[in-house]
Design a protein around this ligand. Structure first.
Ligand code: ADE
Length: 418
């Protein structure tokens, strides 16, 4: 088989058992896999994927391979790789994986470059590091590429900025923008796995705490609701007046970060922007405030400013760094990287099932349609979204009503009033 770079191949058995466990809760992807196995829509294609290397991603990778693609996979975050999963993909599925949990930035980018070396026809990205490396440092690979997909909000924002500057050179499907992706993965997936990551890293009680949620996008909404469900007193901070109003009417306290920081036991960021928690906020925080991030990049908490303020720093335990500011201690989880994928296992398979069904169907769509698409960012068709939701409901044993002919006609006409 082709080359790979993983932590330890002997972890493969444990990885394979966990991949199988995730698969049980991914019925939509399973159905697509069964069809792909017969029809081979991706036959002969090379897919370069930069995704979190988890049990759920493994199930996507296996599906793409069954569809006829050859897959090269690297991590989309230095801390999110599940080393046993990487080992199983290499050993049991002969998929080239370049990912090691805890890899430094240099190795992270060298792994991205190993994927680009494979000359992909399609890119599958989560955060747009693969696409941006191709467009800046590996432009000679652009000629092979027919299209790509992007998994996450941050990546879609980056790609839209590239398209606006006419720098994007091939069409990319924004999987994130599918309703069956962000309604469920971003909200329920990030919500549950972020609280899971905080609890696994700290074993602190959420109930009765003051939990500050920075950002009320789909992820922030999910996290704030799960924190409230765990008994926290939740404060939301926002810059968008509409989202702030929504948070207020959802029953949360809404205020500026400088006021929220004074009260916080936990501060969690998920805004997609830089320095949302900064020097002035660290200064007013209480002793033992816990900081973490659930946005894609580790830029939301100004770690440099925290380092500069601190008199000393120590690694207290796995994923917990203690900063001693003299008059108080502040704890940063997972170095400000995605807490849900660093300290926990990422989103549950049940929601990744729909996200990755969108990925697989988007790859198939690109094979059929990429030659008619301009270099731009595209949304998945409503038809695919509805199809995924219908299969999911069906697998859950939920039946819903159908419009009658009369109702359909009523909705299509504009002349009927009261
Ligand atoms: N992003 C968030 N959770 C994930 C998971 N479990 N697998 C892959 N990507 C993810």
């Amino acid at each position: 088989m082709d080359s790979y770079d993983i932590k330890d191949i002997s972890l493969a058995k444990a990885g394979s058992e966990r991949i199988e466990w995730a698969e049980k809760d991914m019925p939509v992807l399973r159905k697509i896999r069964q069809r792909f196995e017969k029809t081979k829509p991706l036959q002969g294609l090379i897919i370069g994927a930069c995704l979190h290397v988890t049990t759920e991603t493994a199930n996507l990778a296996i599906t793409l391979k069954k569809g006829g693609a050859k897959l090269f996979l690297c991590a989309s975050n230095p801390l999110s790789t599940q080393d046993d999963v990487a080992a199983s993909l290499v050993k049991h599925h002969k998929i080239s994986v370049f990912a090691i949990k805890g890899e430094d930035n240099k190795i992270y980018y060298s792994h991205i470059n190993r994927v680009i070396d494979a000359k992909p026809d399609i890119t599958m990205d989560d955060g747009a590091d693969l696409v941006s490396t191709i467009h800046t440092k590996r432009k000679n690979c652009l000629k092979n590429i027919i299209g790509g997909t992007e998994e996450t909000t941050t990546g879609v924002i980056r790609l839209k900025a590239m398209a606006k500057d006419h720098e994007l050179k091939y069409p990319i499907i924004a999987v994130n923008d599918a309703m069956t992706k962000h309604f469920f993965d971003n909200r329920y997936g990030t919500g549950q796995s972020t609280i899971d990551g905080i609890v696994r890293a700290t074993n602190r009680l959420i109930a009765g705490s003051t939990f500050v949620m920075a950002g009320y996008g789909w992820c922030g909404r999910g996290i704030a609701n799960k924190a409230r469900g765990s008994g926290a007193n939740v404060i939301v901070t926002e810059v968008d007046p509409v989202k702030a109003l929504e948070a207020k009417l959802d029953g949360f306290r809404v205020m500026k970060m400088i006021d929220a920081a004074k009260q916080a036991d936990f501060v969690c960021t998920s805004t997609g922007d830089i320095n949302v928690v900064d020097k002035q906020h660290f200064k007013v925080m209480k002793n033992e405030c816990i900081l973490c991030n659930s946005g894609h990049f580790n830029v939301e908490i100004n770690i440099e400013a925290l380092e500069n303020l601190a008199k000393s720093k120590k690694e207290l335990k796995n994923f917990v760094s203690e900063y001693n500011l003299g008059n108080k201690r502040i704890y940063l989880l997972a170095g400000g990287r995605l807490i849900n994928l660093s300290a926990a296992e990422g989103h549950p398979a049940c929601v990744m099932d729909m996200s990755f069904a969108n990925q697989a169907l988007s790859a198939e769509y690109l094979v059929e349609n990429a030659s008619n698409l301009e270099p731009d960012v595209f949304t998945i068709s409503e038809k695919i979204d509805k199809e995924i939701a219908s299969i999911k409901l069906d697998e859950m044993g939920v039946e819903i009503d159908k419009l009658t002919k009369e109702q359909k006609k009523y909705l299509e006409s504009w002349s009927l009033g009261t």
